[in-house]
Design a protein around this ligand. Structure first.
Ligand SMILES: NC(=O)c1ccc[n+]([C@@H]2O[C@H](COP(=O)([O-])OP(=O)(O)OC[C@H]3O[C@@H](n4cnc5c(N)ncnc54)[C@H](O)[C@@H]3O)[C@@H](O)[C@H]2O)c1
Length: 251
């Protein structure tokens, strides 16, 4: 019960890492505010966490829209009184050579990955500031730490999430609010399937390139998020956590 009674808002909770984190947090005692643009998917996550005994609500929420954030935060506070943990997880992944990248595609991805993370912190922080505590975890990527062909757009978005995390961590540190980023390598979700397909390979082959010789599991990312959300990481802020099988440490 490492996050017992901690009110936790997870974006993109309808699938992949967000859903897995919701299920783990349910077992660890959290009260859950689950959001996603994919309404059926997030309602299914709500059903599954309730079956595990957690209190939860689900909300249709596009993270790139400010009015959706206002409504989501309002609903969370109405239901549970506060927000203790924010996992800015929702994101999309597009691989394309820079010369073929349309401006619309650039703006769409930036609106979700970067603006969505900014808006989440902007609207949740006033709630955390009232109680002088809170933990925010932002989903960046190994692509926010190093370069790869076709990754100018996604990498720029995740690099922005990385440094925005550190800036905001410095801004709110004296209010005892911690802000950290996670940097997964390829993890066993639909994003890795897309990555393999775009690069003309398989997820197994992608995994073999990692020092640990395999893809990451979504449960391994969820456990890192749990550590950062819980009081176990009480002296950690502005930090970046690769969950990448050693990829960013290899030549
Ligand atoms: N899976 C990986 O290999 C990997 C690696 C590094 C980083 N990440 C990051 O982890 C996070 C989760 O990735 P995942 O693999 O679980 O992806 P996923 O595609 O399985 O899940 C992403 C979820 O975000 C939701 N979403 C998309 N656009 C949204 C929007 N505008 N508003 C609200 N929700 C929206 C989707 O509906 C989906 O449920 C992302 O930020 C991703 O960039 C993933």
């Amino acid at each position: 019960m490492r996050v017992k009674n901690k009110v936790t808002l997870i974006t993109g909770a309808g699938s992949g890492i967000g859903k897995e984190t919701a299920l783990l947090f349910a077992k660890e005692g959290a009260k859950l505010v689950l959001t996603d643009v994919a309404v059926d998917a997030v309602q299914e996550t709500e059903k599954e966490v309730k079956e595990l005994g957690a209190e939860a609500i689900s909300i249709k929420h596009d993270v790139s829209k400010e009015e959706d954030w206002q409504k989501a935060v309002e609903k969370a506070v109405d239901q549970f009184g506060t927000i203790d943990v924010l996992f800015n997880n929702a994101g999309i992944y597009i691989i394309k050579p820079i010369t073929e990248l349309e401006l619309d595609t650039w703006n769409k991805l930036m609106a979700i990955n970067v603006t969505g993370t900014f808006l989440g912190m902007k609207h949740v922080l006033p709630v955390m500031q009232k109680q002088n505590s809170g933990s925010i975890i932002n989903a960046s990527s190994v692509a926010g730490l190093r370069g790869a062909p076709g990754h100018a757009l996604y990498g720029a978005s995740k690099g922005a999430v990385r440094i925005m995390t550190k800036d905001v961590a410095m801004e709110v540190a004296r209010q005892q609010i911690r802000v950290n980023s996670i940097h997964p390598g390829y993890i066993d979700t639909q994003m890795a399937d897309y990555g393999a397909e775009q690069q003309g390979t398989t997820t197994e082959e992608l995994g073999e390139d990692y020092p640990l010789g395999r893809l990451g599991k979504r449960s391994e990312v969820a456990k890192t998020v749990l550590f950062l959300a819980s009081d176990d990481s009480s002296y950690t802020t502005g930090a970046e956590f690769p969950v990448d099988g050693g990829a960013t440490s290899s030549l």
